[in-house]
Design a binder for this molecule. Structure first.
Ligand code: ADP
Ligand code: MG
Length: 343
């Protein structure tokens, strides 16, 4: 075949694949937008594992009517203005492509009313075609509805697992965001039935109870690293980690939030597991929620469109800080048997 320029809608669908892999990726992007908009309440509705419908309702800042078309346009964002801003990202979003990507592979409708504004408006997009914005009744905040995800992308639909698998991916993801944002009240429904909720009282311990149950939550100890505010490259570590009496059979219950962004990292996981050296038998893994606060200038979050991968400028320092903070939390616990690190 000769080289040809792809039609814009084909190019958009291909690019969307990097951001939108499955229903949980849509939920992730929409939740992040709600959090960036300062929402204190977020409701999630899923139908058929999110393939038929994903609806996110927030009470955040809302979108002014004249900006609605831009919200659905690729590379349009209110969070980053120039390349220097990438050095200092404090919002979860910054690429300005999530809503456009979702609109390339699903039907999207968006209803919003900015805080303090008299009137709401709505806009929709189908196969990348954006409608005109029209006046619509709306509470303050934003509701985004995503229907028939991937119905026009059979190559992707083929890889989607059962409805239950997709629901459990969404559920796991929402638990992570709830752990990162205890001050936000989450309400999650699947097929109209509530499957997860948090009180939004600002207490990480309350969310731990919702996610892991009282029995495990009671066996978790607080992690509080020593603060080193003079050097911005030093991370501040806080969170909770399980006593060795509570454990899981895999590593999926060790969660990390870097500047409140949920990230996946083998390096961070091995730092936590390292702190349990000789305390947990092989095949047993701790439950932990670790918050890492670090100067954004020593962090690169622009590694992958899904933004769950990050790079630290001083990786070993972060590793050592986590190991030390978790170990200290375990050793300070009065009920713990004494543990000699030289053994
Ligand atoms: P990004 O989050 O990277 O800026 P998105 O495509 O996710 O890109 O969103 C585009 C823009 O739409 C955001 O910059 C924001 O201004 C606006 N927006 C999206 N969702 C919401 C929401 N729930 N509340 C308020 N504004 C929103
Ligand atoms: Mg976004």
């Amino acid at each position: 075949m000769p080289i040809r320029q792809l039609a814009p809608d084909v190019a958009a669908k291909i690019a969307a694949g990097e951001v939108v892999e499955r229903p949980a990726s849509v939920v992730k992007e929409l939740i992040e937008n709600s959090i960036d908009a300062g929402a204190t309440q977020i409701r999630v509705d899923l139908t058929h594992g999110g393939l038929q419908l994903i609806r996110i309702t927030d009470n955040g800042s809302g979108i002014p009517v004249d900006e609605l078309p831009l919200a659905l346009t690729r590379h349009a964002t209110s969070k980053v203005a120039d390349i220097d801003d990438l050095e200092n990202i404090r919002s979860l979003g910054f690429r300005g492509e999530a809503l456009a990507s979702i609109a390339a592979v699903a039907e999207v409708s968006l209803v919003s009313r900015p805080r303090g504004s008299e009137q709401g408006a709505q806009i929709s997009a189908q196969s990348g075609q954006i409608s005109d914005a029209t006046v619509a009744a709306s509470p303050e905040g934003t509701t985004i509805t995503v229907r028939n995800l991937f119905s026009a992308v059979p190559a992707r639909l083929k890889f989607i697992k059962s409805r239950n698998t997709e629901v459990s991916h969404c559920h796991h993801l929402l638990e992570q965001y709830a752990l990162a944002y205890p001050e936000i009240r989450f309400n999650v429904f699947s097929e109209g039935r509530q499957i997860f909720s948090t009180p939004g009282d600002g207490q990480l311990a309350s969310v731990l109870v919702e996610v892991y149950g009282l029995q495990i939550a009671e066996q978790m100890v607080q992690v509080q690293g020593d603060e080193q505010p003079e050097d911005p490259a030093y991370p501040v570590i806080t969170g909770y980690t399980s006593r060795p009496t509570a454990y899981k059979s895999n590593r999926q219950h060790i969660s990390f939030f870097v500047n409140r962004r949920w990230v996946l990292s083998r390096m961070l996981t091995s730092a936590v597991e390292g702190a349990y050296h000789s305390l947990l038998l092989t095949g047993r893994h701790p439950i932990a929620v670790i918050n890492i606060q670090i100067d954004p200038s020593v962090l690169d979050v622009n590694v992958h469109p899904a933004k769950t991968e990050i790079r630290f400028l001083k990786e070993r320092r972060v590793y050592a800080s986590i190991l030390r903070a978790v170990r200290a939390a375990l050793l300070e616990e009065p009920e713990m048997p004494h543990w000699d690190p030289k053994q």
